[in-house]
Design a protein around this ligand. Structure first.
Ligand code: FEO
Ligand code: CA
Ligand code: CA
Ligand code: CA
Length: 703
């Protein structure tokens, strides 16, 4: 790695003001370059992107909704890893979802009953993951549109299953009767950058893509699989009634309504998991088990374009958001930290059975290294106690009620526990959190941070020390589209509208620990809100934020010999967007326990008839103050997500997701990135894109 002299770190930039402009705003002295946009070609012969809804072949173009992202250095003249390279690399990034309307000339057609094949295929292929080669020449970054290393993964790309669930009965499908293989990955959110040069992508909101008609539960029950109905309910896939012949069949974007031109093409029908009464109970004659093929962490070797991604089932099935490793210490079993992003879900960690061997970082059989560390180990879920202590509870079949005799769910084996990690965590008594999004590990201290983005269903009665806020305030959420502003008297609470960031310190500072201490690093809030109960961290106009989501430790933390790490915080906010577009902040965090305890009153005075009152004492870190500053504000209707840098810290890559998401072809609400170079909003359709941020003087970004 590269050593740079930047200690002690200070945030040596002028904070960017909150704003609603349709551009990316960065501090004076910084430059923004748009690098890789929705529709950009990644193979020879692919036409330039017209961006008028006519484009096709997205399996050879950038997808939509850029999300988690990692930079991997490439050798100067070989397609092999060079972790020290800051001028040539592979950028790997997720395409989480789509702005459906802008992908077609006049929005989608076919309604909810007869989507055209070409439109659906385009939408499917806009999901997934990109690998692109990028180079810095004479100071300017560009991607190579014809690199042999460029690759797209889509919801149709073949993948294999690894770990305890491989070959399980519930993975058997038409595509893979043996339950060992599957097609595709979808709704990929956040990432993991493995020390052995692979990329982890995480399947988050996959449930909504599946159609499940009324009658499915009865067939599963008749087949002796009533427990699958318990599982489907816990993961949020209810039956949807068909209302006559033209009713809504359910499933995001209605892909199951396509009549394929090739009758044997099952790429559309597979999203309908309704069990056929005449299909085999083992799932090999219909698509009932496809839903169990999703919800996993997927490992990709970006350096081998011929490699097949591996779904790492040992890490459990959930709405995966991020999978970041803890510190890698030779001879110690490594840990991988994960959020399950849904309201009142849990924080998990996976601890490998295999102690770390440093030489594995440079092996060329990278997915085999993944097999070594990610296929066997213990999945734990977090229980956070009011006194600031906590336990990692193991999800192990046969222990602590995870048995076939459970009244919640009759587990058959460890594979069943992993497929139904949420049900197992329920039984163990884990702590329900305010939507755990990204995890990040401070490489200096080993402390793990996790964004808890918000939780509108948190009530004063269900607050606890780690999720202590549920409040109503007339100033907040400004611009909230769900609730009235100011709130009506019937709105007793908007829950945790602004989110917070929690951090854990493992007992003994080891990834193998089964206990930890925790506190809250920062509470999101408008700077003008109640200083005692909402703006607990004392945020100011220079650093107030809402709904933290992306989280990443960059330089100088990953630089040899540096004692002060820099943490980057990205927002995805629905509560503060009439004041400012989403943002990126830089912070210099302290350590767990550097604050104190605070008592929070969960019920503020407006509206006056709010009657439920409770107080929660929680542990808070030192107020961020000057150690937290707003670095960037994005364009209209975007979220800021995906972040990584070159090893020299001089190029920071950031993803701008879904600018203009509330508009469409007839109502263009953002024209970013065209506006970044002077175009007027309204003329061009917006595009999700990767940007690269550099300093005019060539220095390290942020310090
Ligand atoms: Fe895809 Fe929870 O963000
Ligand atoms: Ca998103
Ligand atoms: Ca997210
Ligand atoms: Ca989010």
């Amino acid at each position: 790695s590269t050593t740079v002299n930047v200690s002690p770190a200070v945030l040596a930039f002028t904070a960017v003001a909150k704003n609603l402009a349709d551009v990316v705003t960065v501090p004076t002295g910084y430059n923004v370059t748009v690098l890789y946009r929705l529709g950009d070609p990644i193979a020879q012969g692919v036409a330039a992107f017209a961006n008028n809804g006519s484009d096709t072949n997205f399996a050879q173009r950038a997808g939509d909704h850029h999300d988690g992202m990692s930079y991997f250095g490439l050798a100067a003249s070989a397609n092999t890893p060079d972790p020290s390279s800051s001028t040539r690399g592979l950028l790997v990034l997720n395409h989480e979802n789509i702005n459906q309307s802008y992908l077609h000339p006049n929005g989608p057609t076919g309604g909810s009953t007869a989507r055209p094949e070409a439109e659906a295929l385009k939408e499917i292929e806009c999901h997934g993951v990109s690998v692109i080669e990028i180079t810095r020449t004479n100071g300017t970054w560009a991607y190579n549109p014809t690199s042999a290393l460029n690759r797209r993964f889509t919801p149709n790309t073949p993948m294999t299953f690894n770990g305890p669930v491989r070959g399980n009965a519930q993975l058997r499908t038409v595509y893979s009767p043996a339950g060992t293989d599957g097609r595709g990955t979808i709704n990929n959110c956040a990432n993991g950058t493995m020390p052995w040069n692979t990329y982890l992508t995480n399947e988050e909101n996959w449930v909504g893509y599946f159609r499940r008609n009324t009658g499915d539960a009865a067939v599963r029950t008749a087949n002796g699989l009533a427990k699958q109905n318990v599982s489907l309910a816990r993961y949020g896939r209810s039956e949807v009634a068909l209302t006559g012949t033209s009713g809504s069949p359910g499933g995001n974007y209605f892909w199951t309504t396509v009549t394929p031109s090739n009758a044997t093409d099952t790429r559309f029908a597979k999203w309908n998991i309704t069990a056929s009464a005449t299909g085999a109970a083992d799932g090999t004659q219909d698509f009932r088990n496809e839903i169990f093929q999703y919800g996993w962490v997927v490992e990709i070797d970006p350096f081998d374009p011929a490699s097949t991604p591996r779904k790492r089932t040992a890490l459990g099935r959930m709405n995966h958001e991020g999978c970041q490793n803890g510190r890698m210490v030779a001879g110690v079993r490594p840990a991988f930290y994960m959020g399950d992003d849904a309201q009142n879900e849990y924080i998990y960690k996976f601890v490998s059975n295999t102690p770390w061997v440093a030489a594995d970082a440079t092996r060329t059989d990278r997915l085999a290294v993944g097999d070594k560390y990610l296929d066997a180990g213990t999945l734990y879920v977090a229980k956070l106690n009011a006194d600031g202590s906590g336990q990692w509870l193991p999800l192990v079949f046969g222990q602590n009620g995870l048995t076939s005799g459970s009244s919640v769910y009759p587990f058959a084996d460890q594979a069943d526990v992993l497929i139904n990690a949420r049900l197992a965590a329920d039984i163990l008594g884990a702590t329900r959190m305010d939507r755990p999004e990204w995890t990040a590990v401070n490489p200096v201290t080993g402390e793990m941070y996790c964004t808890l983005t918000n939780n509108s269903s948190r009530t004063p009665a269900t607050t606890d020390a780690p999720n202590p806020r549920a409040y109503t305030d007339p100033k907040l959420p400004q611009g909230d589209v769900v609730n009235a502003d100011p709130p009506t008297s019937s709105q007793a609470t908007r829950g945790n509208a602004n989110g917070h960031i929690i951090r854990l310190r493992e007992t003994g500072d080891t990834t193998e620990a089964t206990a930890f201490t925790w506190d809250i690093y920062a509470f999101g809030s408008g700077s003008d809100l109640d200083a005692t109960n909402i703006n607990i961290s004392g945020l100011t106009a220079d650093n107030d934020f809402s709904s933290p989501d992306g989280l990443w430790f960059g330089l100088p933390s990953n630089t040899t010999g540096q004692a002060t790490p820099l943490m980057w915080i990205e927002t995805d906010d629905g509560a503060y967007t009439d004041v400012t577009n989403c943002m990126l902040l830089a912070s210099i965090p302290g350590t767990v326990g550097d604050g104190g305890t605070r008592t929070i009153n969960n019920t503020l005075t407006t509206p006056a008839n709010t009657t439920t009152r409770s107080t929660v004492q929680t542990r808070v870190g030192a107020a961020p103050g000057a150690k937290l500053k707003r670095f960037l504000v994005g364009p209209k209707e975007c979220e800021i997500t995906g972040i990584h840098s070159t090893p020299d810290g001089r190029s920071l890559f950031v993803n701008i997701q879904h600018p203009g998401e509330n508009g469409g072809p007839a109502n263009i609400t953002s024209s970013w990135p065209y506006t970044q170079t002077g175009a007027t909003t309204g003329s061009n359709r917006p595009r999700s894109a990767t940007i690269v941020i550099t300093r005019t003087d060539g220095g390290i970004v942020g310090v």
